[in-house]
Write a protein that binds this ligand. Structure first.
Ligand code: 8Y4
Length: 279
């Protein structure tokens, strides 16, 4: 484990994970780094990363697969072509941990070699070969709860008890990790807001964040610009910053240690206020 990985697993203060989408069809952050075809424009990516760091990002989450509802799957070759050059470029030029939003075993292996510091898997290492690849990488992993697959996850999500179901799912994935030699000290948990959940499910799950935190793992949460914010405010994605930051601070007050966000400087300011008051 590198020093970078070590310092990044120190959660005495909450951390800002900044979203860096390298998909040609990303809708949530407006910007695309694609000019021509297959590969993102690296100089533009690096400029964006520099800005993210100056705004207060602690961790950059690079994603090459669109996980928005209804999105078509990409091949592992395509995903690798999007993500690997970006991870290499960031890791070699900046002293910031890079997390990679991927479920693909070959991508896990390649980005680990390229200097990534964490694997962020919305499928919680359920793809065949993903557990073994993550174990071999030696990297920390974020295990996220999702009901079904992005293509159909919002069609008719149903739970017996959303909080109990999410906890049981995550604990089963923790056990699967431990069985392949990924130690508990390398595991981060995430309830997966918006992934196969109605507004009502998201709200109940949000209120039970302290219970999830009580499992003893660092908890990551992504609420930034999501439909739960939009549904509460009745606002489109480009008008959800304030609501996202407000909900993010409430998550931190409930024990969340990593916030996955689009609006970095606004989140950094809000966290400073929170810390100044709470000491
Ligand atoms: C507007 C903006 C509407 C963004 C929807 C979205 C999470 C995640 C995503 C999360 C972890 C997204 C990759 C979905 N969300 N990883 N990834 N936790 N660990 N949707 O909540 O941002 S992508």
């Amino acid at each position: 484990m590198t020093d970078l990985t070590h310092s990044f697993m120190d959660f005495s203060l909450p951390k800002i994970m900044a979203v860096l989408n390298v998909t040609p069809d990303s809708f949530s952050d407006g910007g695309t780094f694609y000019t021509g075809n297959r590969q993102p424009d690296l100089s533009r990516v690096l400029n964006r990363v520099e800005a993210m760091l100056s705004e207060g990002a602690h961790l950059i989450d690079v994603g090459g697969e669109s996980t928005r509802p209804g999105a078509e799957p990409v091949t592992s070759e395509e995903e690798l072509a999007r993500v690997l050059p970006v991870v290499e470029a960031i890791a070699s030029r900046f002293d910031v941990p890079v997390s990679v939003d991927t479920s693909t075993p070959s991508v896990i292996g390649e980005v680990a070699r390229a200097g990534a510091s964490m694997i962020n898997d919305v499928r919680a290492l359920r793809r065949p070969g993903a557990l073994a690849a993550a174990a071999a990488s030696g990297l920390p992993v974020c295990l996220m709860h999702m009901l079904g697959e992005p293509r159909q996850m919002q069609l008719n999500p149903g739970y017996v008890d959303i909080t109990a179901d999410v906890k049981a799912f995550l604990l089963e994935r923790v056990a699967a990790c431990e069985a392949v030699g990924i130690p508990r000290s390398r595991i981060i948990l995430d309830p997966g807001f918006g992934f196969g959940k109605t507004l009502q499910h998201n709200m109940v799950l949000f209120r039970s964040l302290p219970e999830l935190v009580g499992l003893g793992f660092p908890v990551l949460a992504g609420v930034s610009r999501k439909s739960l914010v939009g549904a509460i405010l009745d606002k489109p994605v480009e008008e959800r910053m304030v609501g996202s930051v407000a909900l993010g601070m409430m998550a931190v007050q409930r024990g969340v240690k990593i916030l996955r966000v689009h609006d970095i400087s606004a989140t950094a300011d809000a966290l400073k206020i929170l810390q100044a008051v709470e000491g």
